[in-house]
Design a binder for this molecule. Sequence first.
Ligand code: ATP
Ligand code: MG
Length: 226
Amino acid sequence: MNVIVFASRKGGSGKSTLAAHLAAHVHKITKPCLMVDADPQGSLTLWHKLRGTNEPQIKTAVNSVSGIVAAAKRDGYEWVFIDTPPNLSAVVDDAIKNATMVVIPARPGVFDVNAVQETIQMCRAARKPYAVVLNGAPARRDEVESRIVTIAREALAKFRAPVWGGQITNRADLLMALGKGEGAREYFAEGRAAAEVGRLWAAIERSVKAIRGTASASGVMHKQAA
Ligand SMILES: Nc1ncnc2c1ncn2[C@@H]1O[C@H](COP(=O)(O)OP(=O)(O)OP(=O)(O)O)[C@@H](O)[C@H]1O
Ligand SMILES: [Mg+2]
């Protein structure tokens, strides 16, 4: 079982959005994903209500996730995705301690990029692999990424933060899907939003395989905190 934690003390960076879209993308009856909403704001829980099915399943965590993670392991889950609140509270710390890998979404703005440092510190303290995912980015034009995204990458490189080479673009489809309780692929399988979510998942899966030692670590998105 692998635990992916979505964490960033910056509000609105895309933790809940990425957790919901990826959970919908990944969940299969044969390889089930459990979602854990550890944020009292309850965004993931709202999406799950709008979805109106119990797949993937969701659990709510208040102060700790460890009990839920242990039970998920016993119950045979393949994946656990934990959405966390925008702070550095005990439940975030506990989620990171339980993580196979931490995904840190960041919008490509100066305040957002700087805010990832505290979350990175938490990952380093817990010696957990982590990666930053640029989210809500302006669309690429003619395959060239926006100047804002390039500047964000340069700033993240300065404090040696590992960053996914792709981006999740700011797209109405991602919002529309959430409003219907769907993932990007369910909403519009051929759309660009679905393609980006698929690419992000492929990168996370590649990292997890490298972390587990079942694949080469070359070209992975994450950094293993030492
Ligand atoms: N790539 C995107 N394209 C369009 N809208 C997005 C994108 N990412 C996030 N949003 C929207 O931006 C808002 C903030 O995103 P989200 O709630 O996922 O952030 P969060 O990090 O979970 O916030 P919080 O810290 O408050 O929990 C939401 O309305 C969400 O739907
Ligand atoms: Mg959220």
